[in-house]
Ligand binder design. Structure first.
Ligand code: HEM
Length: 71
């Protein structure tokens, strides 16, 4: 599991643009720093604003956190 390869591609350009006011979804440092908040929103189904992710997609993000958020 690696950020560039497995995690960054989960976030669309429109996700990045919409969330730039808070953090950069294409930045390892930003996503690492806000990982718990991001996971919480994904699990609650309140983000992305235009449709919740399927469980398998959320699981990829959660596994990356569990793996220690590797670069
Ligand atoms: C996978 C993609 C996305 C993730 C992980 C995500 C995550 C988050 C998180 C963690 C917050 C809370 C930020 C804070 O309070 O500091 C937030 C807020 C917000 N997001 Fe997103 N977001 C995503 C996509 C989008 C999209 C596509 C839109 C719609 C254009 C959007 C609109 C907003 C807005 C307006 C807020 C502020 C209002 C609120 O807290 O609900 N986000 N998002």
């Amino acid at each position: 599991m690696h950020f560039e390869q497995d995690i960054k591609p989960l976030f669309r350009e429109q996700d990045r643009d919409a969330m730039n006011f808070a953090f950069d979804l294409w930045s390892l440092d930003d996503v690492s720093g806000h990982a718990d908040d991001i996971l919480g929103r994904l699990q609650a189904g309140t983000m992305p604003c235009d449709g919740a992710w399927p469980d398998e997609r959320i699981a990829v993000f959660r596994h990356w956190i569990d793996a220690g958020k590797p670069a």
